[in-house]
Design a protein around this ligand. Sequence first.
Ligand code: PMV
Length: 320
Amino acid sequence: MNSAPGKLILAGEHAVVYDQPALAMPIAALRASVVAEPAPSGAGMTVHAPDLGLVWRLRATAPLSDLAQRTLDYLQLPEPDLCLTISSSIPIASGMGSGAAVGAALVRALAEQAGQQLAAHVISDLVYQSEKAFHGTPSGIDNTVVAYEQPILFQRQAHADPIIAPLAVGQQWHFVVADSGIASETKAVVGDLRQRWLAEPDLYNAQFAAVGSLVRQIQVALAGNAGPEFGQLLSQNHQLLQTLGVSCAKLDHLVQAALEAGAWGAKMSGAGWGGIMLALVPAEHAALIQNQLRAAGAVQTWQTSLLPTQAAEEVTHDHA
Ligand code: PMV
């Protein structure tokens, strides 16, 4: 079985599409998996998602068919007689990277058939190329964090490969994540913001730059050990996302509920207009904050944490 984790964007979503830095971490406990089983000779390749009641053939016009074809091309393999079955505990359309995780697991499963183990940057790039074909203008942060499976800073560059650097983490940080229950399509939110950016580029570029400098401060706070300061920076990021018009009443309500319950800071995470929010919490208050978020209308909540690391070093910048 091949798998990949879900992810959280800690800071910098949306501005990252406009070449500002953003921070993301994997959620190892939520995963997408792909099991490959041989199919009868001549049957070709099918991808099954029993949870969704869907089946795709390789030749279909669908993101996973496209990704499978790109992967087979990369591996220089003809269509195999194979049945691939997807299962995933990552909520769909909620900002937790379920599409990228399913994609990364699928690429790994096909590579295994070829007796190969692909490097993280190759997996990331295959998923990115396919997301680009189907989802407009993805920054590349989702496929990167999911394929590398470590906390990263990600920054696109106009004329070069993106910067991908592992994050230094100063102490164990605890997060509570809550799902608003409102499904939201990343493409719609990103496309709407793009229209507004096109109409008023100077205004939005200034706001994206403000997010970018906040992200740099959050990167420093993450490497330190001052929870209240770190939290306040995350809450400031939420306010900037509100100004950008990508939050919604329910996310704002959950952010407020987390802060009132004792979180150091809270923000929406991912594309917005629904999906999830996250709260940085003192460990001893995590369960209480989780309960308060449910009482405030969250449909699902999770706890996750980041473990302390040694100093960060650049791992790669190999990305199309
Ligand atoms: O896929 P989501 O919902 O986690 O959102 C992706 C983050 C955005 O910055 C909004 C878009 C992108 O491509 O980076």
